[in-house]
Ligand binder design. Structure first.
Ligand SMILES: [Zn+2]
Length: 219
């Protein structure tokens, strides 16, 4: 039986269509494999950055008092608890609450070596200081009543150095706003990747680990 030209053409078109369809499928499959490995790569990157935090930890941020055994701090795992100042959002940190509710009483020391990256007033954080560690971790100490010295950006900080004193500043545009909440230290820990410039991680477990590394201080 002889096939007409039209039949040949139809056959060729059908074959071409099937090949095309198969190619598209194959491309889709390799694409999803590629996406998966990118996600894996990112997960590994985050894991390594997270691991880096442990390398920076030297001291618990609030030293133990040699004078007053009531001078304790208490904290819980309040990660992503609701906060409502200026709109509802999740709590990106851990609050170390002062047993003695006196602003300027408890010293706050640097957890790690590093340099001062940010200093000064923030509407939410009050008097804050941000230290960039050797492993590129950002430690954020907020609501201070005052600073230990006139720090400026770029100053080198040693772990255990007094940064300032625990207070209740913040929740106000006006510099020095205080008394809107209990005296406490808000600690934030942030890592960064090329895509994400600020990725908050939960400080609670790192603080638990640092319980064994408290400085003792006379206050
Ligand atoms: Zn807080």
């Amino acid at each position: 039986m002889r096939l007409s030209i039209a039949s040949y053409l139809l056959l060729i078109i059908t074959v071409c269509f099937l090949i095309q369809f198969q190619l598209v499928r194959m491309e889709e499959m390799t694409h999803s494999v590629k996406e998966e490995s990118e996600a894996e790569e990112q997960a590994r990157e985050f894991y390594e950055l997270y691991e880096n935090i442990w390398k920076d930890l030297v001291y618990f941020p609030v030293p133990e008092s040699t004078e007053n055994e009531e001078a304790v701090v208490a904290y819980e795992n309040s990660w992503m608890f609701e906060r409502t100042y200026g709109g509802s959002y999740g709590h990106e940190g851990t609050d170390l609450m002062a047993g003695i509710q006196k602003a300027g009483y408890y010293p706050v020391v640097s957890i790690s070596d590093g340099v001062v990256e940010k200093i000064g007033w923030l509407e939410k954080g009050g008097w804050r200081i941000g230290i960039r560690s050797l492993h590129d971790v950002y430690f954020y100490y907020a609501h201070l009543s005052s600073y230990a010295e006139e720090f400026k950006e770029g100053d080198v900080i040693k772990a255990g150095q007094i940064l300032g004193y625990m207070g209740d500043t913040g929740y106000g545009v006006k510099e020095g706003t205080s008394g809107k909440f209990d005296v406490h230290l808000h600690l934030g820990i942030y890592i960064r990747t090329e895509e994400i410039r600020e990725l908050a991680v939960n400080p609670y477990w790192f603080l638990k680990y640092l319980e064994q590394s408290k400085l003792r201080c006379s206050y």
